[in-house]
Write a protein that binds this ligand. Structure first.
Ligand code: ADP
Ligand code: NA
Length: 328
């Protein structure tokens, strides 16, 4: 194995096409070459989602989605963050190492807190410290990240370096970002300049892994288009066409330039219908497997329980080392 990967997904809402193309399909592929630890990060989700029923439902749906998409609980560790206490315990130590100024620079907090910063949960501000703990408590060496998380990973490296310098012993390896190829940023189908995200509940155009074939086809049919002839890649002038080309290439697992050449003379509506067919072909089996898994909650619970035990067995000794180094 080439190292240890940690990566997480928030159970804030249903898992969507952006999560699948930007993260999950890579998680599946990486299982052959790394020790993989995949986490449903409910503690991160609590910064924005404070509805217990929804939290529980989404957590289970995320587990089903990951297993259905090919995360193999035998090869990888799959678990829920709040089931392994070491994440929160290390967070406290790291929040005494991280500096206010470092966190003040995080752009995602500014975006998510909006104008009413005084009213933002403290956890939304310290979110990146918890993320650093998630990674460091396993001494993970590699972290697959989308564009949106790059700054947080930089911070995790700063925190690890600072801890190592202050308390010695080079306890934490500095985690490396992993670049995951194309489609690391899937945009909304109703506005090609905005990220497809769980965090925007008003966006009905988002393709969820729970969508059936008709819903997928309808969403692509309704996707925003422009009036320029043919399909070309030009993110500045044609964000929607470019986004759809990127999605097509990622789903087909082919280079974007090849797809662009193939559809250069095609009308927008014809391209959208071809893309819908491809998406249905790729996503339907995952959707069917998700339904099957969700009908058997005992099976998923057992996977998550075992995952938490395996995760705790790695995290516990690392936390113990950190405790000793700081003098606890
Ligand atoms: P969200 O932003 O939808 O709440 P998460 O924060 O749970 O999603 O992110 C889970 C993973 O999915 C991360 O690796 C993130 O980079 C990736 N991801 C989220 N949205 C997109 C997107 N629109 N395109 C590509 N990857 C995405
Ligand atoms: Na995100």
């Amino acid at each position: 194995m080439q190292g240890r990967i940690f990566s997480g997904i928030q159970p804030t809402h249903g898992i969507h096409l952006g999560n699948y193309l930007g993260a999950i399909r890579h998680w599946v592929r990486l299982q052959g070459s790394y020790d993989c630890i995949y986490c449903i990060v409910d503690q991160h989700a609590l910064t924005t989602l404070q509805d217990p029923q929804e939290m529980r439902r989404n957590t289970r749906e995320a587990a089903a989605a990951l297993v259905a998409a090919g995360v193999d609980p035998k090869r990888s560790i799959l678990f829920v963050q709040s089931n392994v206490a070491a994440h929160s315990q290390l967070t406290w130590i790291l929040s005494c190492v991280a500096r206010m100024g470092w966190l003040n620079r995080m752009t995602q907090f500014k975006e998510k807190a909006g104008k009413d910063r005084e009213n933002a949960p403290v956890g939304l501000f310290t979110y990146p410290v918890l993320m650093a703990a998630d990674i460091l408590v396993y001494k993970a060496t590699h972290v697959p990240v989308g564009e949106d998380q790059k700054q947080h990973l930089e911070l995790a490296r700063d925190i690890a370096g600072s801890f190592n310098r202050r308390f010695g012993n080079e306890l934490f390896p500095l985690p490396e970002p992993m670049i995951l190829g194309e489609a690391t940023r899937v945009m909304s189908l109703r506005d090609g300049t905005k990220k497809m995200s769980k965090s925007d509940p008003s966006d009905q155009s988002r393709i969820n892994l729970t969508d059936d074939a008709d819903a997928i086809a309808l969403k692509f049919r309704r996707a925003k288009s422009d009036s320029i002839l043919g399909i070309t890649y030009d993110p500045e002038a044609r964000p929607e066409a470019s986004n759809l080309l990127t999605i097509y290439a990622a789903l087909a697992d082919r280079p974007r330039a090849e797809i662009e050449a193939e559809f250069a003379g095609t009308s927008f509506s014809e391209f959208k219908s071809r893309l819908a067919d491809l998406a249905v072909e790729k996503l339907s089996p995952i959707n069917a497997e998700m339904r099957r898994l969700q009908a058997d909650p005992g099976y998923l619970d057992a996977i998550l329980r075992e995952g938490a035990e395996r995760a705790a067995a790695i995290a516990g000794p690392v936390l113990k080392e950190a405790y000793e180094l700081v003098g606890f």
